[in-house]
Design a protein around this ligand. Structure first.
Ligand SMILES: Nc1ncnc2c1ncn2[C@@H]1O[C@H](COP(=O)(O)OP(=O)(O)O)[C@@H](O)[C@H]1O
Ligand SMILES: CC(=O)N[C@@H](CCC(=O)OP(=O)(O)O)C(=O)O
Length: 293
């Protein structure tokens, strides 16, 4: 009896602690890129879904952009195909594109929507083709052919606003609709990049990228060297000094794209920790790296 009173007091404290953040973020837009371990492990998955439902419940206009690289990989393997990556992007031929669309828009997207609905939330699954949400063209990097990898040239934010206005969490898979020479062609867009561009187009308060490390580390081999807060101006230095390398470079670039586009804060957080989203958004200390202007 006594113990339960203490627990209840703690619970009330936690809610009160979150109150200023809830007040600050109510009505604001946040774009969350969901991927990595948090999308594969059942317990972590359930925690992310609960976090998203709670965010929407307290009035945060939440857009969930999901990845699915490992799921695409597994399906390609089943069909006997192997992927080649160029600068972290999957070379996408016509057959691979079919599988990317099936896996991302058909399977992963619907699984997430179903989980949100089961958790008492309202979710609307979309890919970039729906309502012309993500329009683009083939991406070419220094003359290197990446097949049907796309770059986004236009975002129809009306699709997202319509869903958000009606209280739905848009769940977005990053298959874009080709325009111009590629009219009607489905294109494969990297999910981090798409999330950053969506955040900018939506004038979001925050872009949150979930990954499988604590955030940006000063020494990649030392999890205790987490950089909790950094300014946009300091990001280039981290790259120059080689502190940020490999998979973290495109993530940092995405955060920069979002901030350049007017997003207030970008966060890189650890998807291996349950409720990492709530901890980052609703506590003073946060849990990952926050990048600000
Ligand atoms: N300074 C750094 N801080 C954290 N991670 C870094 C850093 N430099 C390089 N990395 C690497 O970047 C990886 C994260 O990128 P990546 O594996 O592509 O993420 P994801 O699979 O979540 O998209 C880390 O696992 C780490 O190996
Ligand atoms: C062009 C390109 O590489 N597209 C990605 C799209 C999915 C994605 O980005 O998923 P993750 O966030 O899980 O890596 C791919 O084909 O894997």
């Amino acid at each position: 009896m006594h113990e339960s009173r203490i627990n209840n007091h703690d619970r009330a404290e936690t809610l009160i602690h979150a109150l200023p953040y809830i007040q600050k973020y109510m009505g604001k837009t946040m774009v969350v890129k969901y991927g990595g371990n948090a999308m594969i492990n059942g317990e972590l998955k359930a925690a992310v879904i609960q976090d998203v439902v709670l965010m929407a419940c307290v009035g945060i206009r939440t857009v969930l952009v999901h990845g699915g690289g490992p799921e695409i990989e597994a399906m390609l393997k089943k069909t006997g195909k192997e992927s080649r990556f160029v600068q972290g992007l999957r070379y996408t031929d016509a057959e691979t594109m079919e599988i990317v669309q099936m896996v991302l828009a058909g399977k992963v997207n619907k699984d997430i929507v179903s989980l949100i609905q089961q958790a008492g939330g309202k979710a609307l699954g979309l890919c970039g083709i729906d309502g012309g949400l993500l329009q683009g063209r083939r991406y070419s990097s220094g003359g290197e052919d990446l097949g049907l990898v796309g770059e986004i040239t236009r975002i129809n934010t009306e699709v997202l606003d319509t869903a958000l206005d009606r209280g739905y969490v848009p769940v977005v898979s990053t298959v874009a609709l080709g325009t111009g020479d590629d009219a009607g062609q489905a294109l494969n867009v990297n999910a981090d990049t798409a999330a950053a561009q969506i955040a900018a187009a939506m004038h979001a308060e925050k872009l949150v990228l979930m990954t499988d490390v604590r955030g940006i580390l000063r020494n990649v081999d030392d999890p205790d060297s987490l950089i909790k807060e950094i300014s946009r101006a300091e990001l280039d230095g981290l790259k120059r000094e080689g502190i940020v390398s490999k998979g973290m470079i495109p993530k940092v670039d995405c955060c920069r794209t979002a901030l350049d586009g007017g997003v207030n804060r970008a966060h890189i957080i650890d998807g291996r920790v349950p409720h990492t989203l709530l901890i980052e958004l609703f506590t003073d200390e946060g849990i990952g790296t926050m990048i600000k202007d």
